[in-house]
Design a protein around this ligand. Structure first.
Ligand code: PLP
Length: 440
């Protein structure tokens, strides 16, 4: 009806003509700044925050403009329950094409036979696998949360911990995984699933060993490679492919895609259970705009530059860890083989909570994290988890890592001194201006 003309009777029965512009149709074309200035303003502030902050949260990254455009595409409107070629809705021609491309690129990226790109997030991907292969009360063996595991690997506050019987393996004195202990626990508890993967473990994980133990005890080996998936795609970290029966991941961490989840597997025997678990078992309609963005991100990760990126992420993490060690911090396990590290703050006499807040005043974004055998409560902690995926995406390299370590030390020497934080913040903003996130 927009722009059409109608004859409207008046009370005096004298007809006159008005132009009817449907307010709904007009408003529908407005930008967010026009339609909702409040949200528009907040979004601009978030862009500025990202531009002017050093993002050292290990699970974050900066998606490309192409990934962001795909996420904001018309596919956000499309229902496509089912899988390519077998949908429960009409109009799925392009949804099918985009999902098939995402699947094919993902299979190529990791060298696997099957890929499911529909999980809405990493937690959802894990839930789907548990739903496919476990019954309530079945045993799951995983790395304990306090030693670097993830909530979705069986924490008592998570669905997995409340539904399944959880047995946890941990670390040895040297703060690396206790593989002998893992094997002993597997033999004693006969789990249905052994989970490998972690969210706060910096060292290489011996996926081959865990795969062998799983075979010995008749368990399924599920690797949650969420943190490492970008490094694995870029050949900078060992791959679980060939050692894990089922692999889950997020797509937004080191892999640098949109927020989302994936499930990979090689053996057709798992196909039906996993497909059914994702839809209709756990989820409804897939997020087709996110799947389009996943396809873009997988295409980016297949390019040779991504290998260089992954290698630089690791070199940067090692440079940051070495420089922090030089400033008197202890790095858990003595270093890192990946994109992340855990910093033990006790030599500086600050807690993780104090450190995170003090660094925030200096525009350095981090997250506090428990260290092994942490004497502090989980909300306080004695550690910081730092990671280099986002700063590496901005183009920063080893010299910048040394600078950043110096600023962290400066702030944490006197965490209550806002003058010191302010001074560092000025330098951080200057550094960030030399490494813009998106071209203006
Ligand atoms: N698995 C691991 C190892 C993670 O580190 C995370 C998130 O931090 C998840 C799963 C959950 O991912 P999401 O936040 O997408 O649900």
């Amino acid at each position: 009806m927009e722009g059409s003309h109608a004859v409207v009777p008046t009370l005096l029965a004298v007809p006159y003509t008005i132009t009817m512009v449907s307010p709904v149709a007009t408003r529908h074309r407005e930008s967010v700044n026009e339609s909702d200035p409040l949200i528009g303003e907040i979004l601009r502030k978030e862009e500025a925050r990202q531009q002017n902050n050093l993002e050292l949260i290990a699970s974050e990254n900066i998606a490309s403009r192409a990934v962001r455009e795909a996420m904001a595409s018309a596919l956000t409107d499309k229902y496509a329950e089912g899988y390519p070629g077998r949908r429960y809705y009409g109009g799925c021609e392009f949804a099918d094409q985009v999902e098939q491309l995402a699947i094919d690129r993902l299979r190529e990226l990791y060298g696997v036979n099957f890929a499911n790109v529909q999980p809405h997030c990493g937690a959802g991907a894990n839930l789907c696998v548990y739903h496919a292969f476990l019954k309530p009360g079945d045993t799951l063996l995983s790395l304990s949360l306090s030693d670097g595991g993830h909530l979705t690997h069986g924490s008592p506050v998570a669905h997995s911990g409340q539904t399944y019987h959880i047995v946890s393996y941990g670390l040895k004195e040297d703060e690396t995984i206790d593989y002998d202990g893992l094997r002993r626990l597997a033999q004693e508890s006969r789990p249905k699933i052994i989970v490998s993967g972690a969210s706060a473990y910096s060292r290489e994980i011996d996926f081959a060993f865990i795969g062998r133990v799983a075979k010995e005890v008749g368990a399924l080996h599920m690797c949650d490679m969420a943190h490492y998936s970008g490094l694995i795609a870029g050949k900078a970290y060992p791959s679980p492919v060939g050692h894990a029966d089922v692999i889950t991941s997020t797509t937004h961490k080191s892999l640098r895609g949109p927020r989302g989840g994936i499930i990979l597997y090689d053996d057709e025997q798992y196909d039906k259970a996993i497909r059914m678990a994702v839809f209709p078992g756990i989820q409804g309609g897939p997020l087709m705009h996110v799947i389009a963005a996943k396809a873009v991100a997988f295409g980016e990760a297949l390019r040779p530059e991504f290998r260089e990126y992954a290698a630089q992420v690791k070199r940067n993490a090692q440079a940051l860890a070495a420089a922090l060690t030089g400033h008197g911090f202890r790095i858990v396990s003595g270093g890192t083989d990946s994109h992340l590290m855990l910093v033990d703050l006790r030599s500086y006499g600050v807690t993780g909570k104090v450190a995170q807040e003090a660094l925030e005043h200096a525009n350095v974004t981090t997250n506090r994290n428990a260290i092994p055998n942490d004497p502090e409560k989980p909300f306080v902690t004695s550690g910081l988890r730092l990671g280099t995926p986002a700063v590496t995406t901005r183009g920063m390299r080893e010299p910048e890592m040394a600078q950043i370590a110096g600023w962290i030390a400066e702030v944490l020497r006197t965490p209550a001194d806002l003058g010191v934080a302010e001074n560092v913040k000025r330098q951080v903003i200057e550094l960030c201006s030399r490494f813009p996130i998106h071209d203006a």
